[in-house]
Design a protein around this ligand. Sequence first.
Ligand code: ATP
Length: 265
Amino acid sequence: METIARFQNVAVTLQGRPILKNIQFEMKRGQQWALIGLNGSGKTTLLNILAAYQFPSNGTVEVLGETFGKTYIPDLRKKIGFVSNALERFSDYYRNDSIERVILSGKHSSFGIYEEITKEDEAEAIQLLKQFRIAQYAGKKFHELSEGEKRRVLIARSLMSHPDILILDEPCSGLDILAREQFLQSLEVVIARGCHIIYVTHHIEEVMPHMTHAVLLKEGEIIAQGEKKEVLTAKRLSETFNTPVSVTWHAERPYVTVNGPVQLP
Ligand SMILES: Nc1ncnc2c1ncn2[C@@H]1O[C@H](COP(=O)(O)OP(=O)(O)OP(=O)(O)O)[C@@H](O)[C@H]1O
C-alpha cells in the first residue's frame, strides 16, 4: 500500500528540552488516523511537522512522496489542509464575507480572493455547500452562522484546494452534541473525496466508525499505533492518560470512563 506520510527517527528539541522523541510513524493510503494524548504530549508539534510548518531537530519526514529538505515546501503545503478550533482569526478576516466567498478563498488557501475564480470553482463551492448541508445559508455572512455551521464552512473551504491530507485539530471543541455529530458525520464527504484525515481529539468517542487507525502520544513518544481496536484499549489509554480508565464500544465508537478519583497534581 502506498505511503501517505512517514516519520523516521523524528525528534524535536526546543530550548534543550525534548518535545518529540524517536517518532516512527507511517500512514498509508486509505487510512484515517486519530491522534490522542494529554495536553503537552506533543500533538501540535507533530502536526506542525507533518504540515511543514516546523522542522524536526533530527530524523526524516516524507509526505506524499516528497522528502522534507529535498522538496519545494509551498507546493507540498497546498496538498495538506488544516482545520482547527482556532476560529477567531477566521471570524475577524471573514466578518463581512458571504460563506460562498469564504469557501472559494480556500482554493488558494488565502484569507480573501485575490486570484481569478472560474465557473468550475463556483460550481464546486456550491456542491460543497450542499454536501456539508449549509446550502440554505448561501448569501449569509460568515459571522451570522452558528459555531457548528461555521466549522462546516471551514471544512468545505479546506477542500477547495483538493488536499490529500486534512489535519483536524480538535475541530469539535465548543460544539454542542448535535452540532458535533453533524460535523463528525460530514467528515464522510472528506473521505469520499479520497482525502486522508488526521484527527486530534481529547474525546475518544469522536473516533468515528470511518476512522481506521489511532496513535497514542505520551510525553513526546508514541506509545502505541495501529488499527484503532488494537490501540484504543483500556490498558493503553490508561497509560496514555496516567489514570485507570475503561473503554466500551457502542455502535462502532469507543467511549472512555474514568475508574474512580484521579490523582491530584
Ligand atoms: N516554541 C516552544 N518552545 C519551547 N517549548 C515549546 C514550544 N512549543 C511547544 N513547547 C512545549 O512542547 C510540549 C508539547 O507541546 P504541544 O503543543 O505539541 O502539545 P499538545 O499535545 O499539542 O498539547 P495540547 O493538547 O495542550 O494542545 C509542551 O510541553 C510545550 O510547552
